[in-house]
Design a protein around this ligand. Structure first.
Ligand code: 6PG
Length: 245
């Protein structure tokens, strides 16, 4: 067994403080990165916790960075029509992208029609492979949420998607509707320069404790290991209540 992983976990009293701190840190990383290179690749996830960060970015930071130099990718998507209220991209457009001075050419939603889930995954992977060098995409930052079952993106406990290491994008199966999902694979996520995990609420405390433990397919968030100093956990006190116990 290797050395226990040292987690960079930033704990705040409330979910609102978590969201604000994560938004500020994201802005800081975008600024730093764009001071050295032309573009910044950002992976966005669905979920209520990431959504609050998007709303803060839209309301307070829509002029803070040259957003036109940011490329927006999806970490996962529900396989529903783009106007379906359960669509992650619909939420991300409505909470963030519609408020940023960007052009659609830098926005890359995962396709959900008219194609099969497998065709969609293949097509998105083909797009990513045209943007990034082999063998893996190296996103500048991936922003992830975590479910109370320890899933992240649409990588659910003990699902086949966890083993699709040869792929960058795959079809995920969720235990809840909408069951069919598209998701980046662990290999694609783990090669990111930075990963931000946003976890709030006491219902996440047990999964977070396991996520900090050994790699465990029962808790896919435990399998997000981009290498030290590249992963920051943005957590509120409720979600962190079982850490170290
Ligand atoms: C999705 C998300 C998913 C989400 C977590 C956390 O498609 O729902 O990509 O991975 O980020 O379930 O969601 P909450 O923040 O709403 O708990």
């Amino acid at each position: 067994m290797g050395e226990p992983v040292k987690h960079d976990v930033r704990i705040f009293a409330t979910g609102e403080e978590v969201s604000r701190a994560a938004a500020l840190s994201l802005i800081d990383r975008i600024k730093q990165s764009l001071g050295k290179k032309n573009s910044f690749s950002l992976v966005l996830s669905g979920g209520q916790t990431p959504k609050r960060v998007y709303e803060i970015l839209a309301a307070e930071f829509h002029k803070a960075v040259p957003w036109s130099r940011v490329s927006f990718y999806m970490g996962d998507e529900r396989f529903v029509p783009p106007d379906d209220p359960r669509s992650n991209f619909k939420m991300i457009k409505e909470s963030l992208l519609n408020y940023l001075p960007i052009s659609q050419k830098n926005v890359y939603p995962m396709p959900t029609s008219p194609c099969t889930p497998e065709e969609a995954a293949t097509s998105y992977e083909k797009l990513l492979r045209s943007h990034f060098e082999y063998p893996l995409p190296n996103f500048d930052l991936a922003l992830l949420g975590m479910g109370a079952d320890g899933h992240t993106a649409s990588l659910f406990p003990n699902s086949a998607a966890l083993d699709d290491s040869g792929k960058w994008v795959t079809v995920g199966q969720a235990p809840v509707e909408p069951r069919t999902r598209l998701t980046l694979t662990l290999a694609a996520i783990n090669n990111s320069e930075w990963i931000f995990f946003l976890v709030t609420g006491k219902e996440k405390a047990r999964a977070l404790k396991f996520a900090f433990g050994d790699i465990n397919p029962d808790f896919p968030a435990s399998m997000v290991r981009p290498g030290s100093e590249k992963l920051i956990w943005w957590v509120d006190e409720s979600a962190s209540s079982l850490l170290g116990k």
